[in-house]
Design a binder for this molecule. Sequence first.
Ligand code: FES
Length: 75
Amino acid sequence: FCPKAREGGPRRVNHVVQLSNPKVVDAIDVEDIADQAAFCRCWKSKNWPYCDGTHATHNKQHGDNVGPVIVKKKK
Ligand code: FES
C-alpha cells in the first residue's frame, strides 16, 4: 500500500527496504556468491538484497508476476 497513491501523488515501488535511505544501492562481490544467489526484484524481501520468497505472496495478492534475478557462477 502506498499512502502517496491515495493522495494522488507518485507511487512508490519500495515499501520495505531502507526507507530512510534516499537511494538504495547494493554491491555484492561475485567472489562472495557460492554457486548461485537469488536477488529480490519485488522490493518486499526481509532479507534484502536477497530474495526470501515474499514475491510469491505479493503475486498471489496482486495478480502480479514478479520474481528474483538468479546469478549463477559458470561451472
Ligand atoms: Fe522479492 Fe523474491 S522476495 S523477488
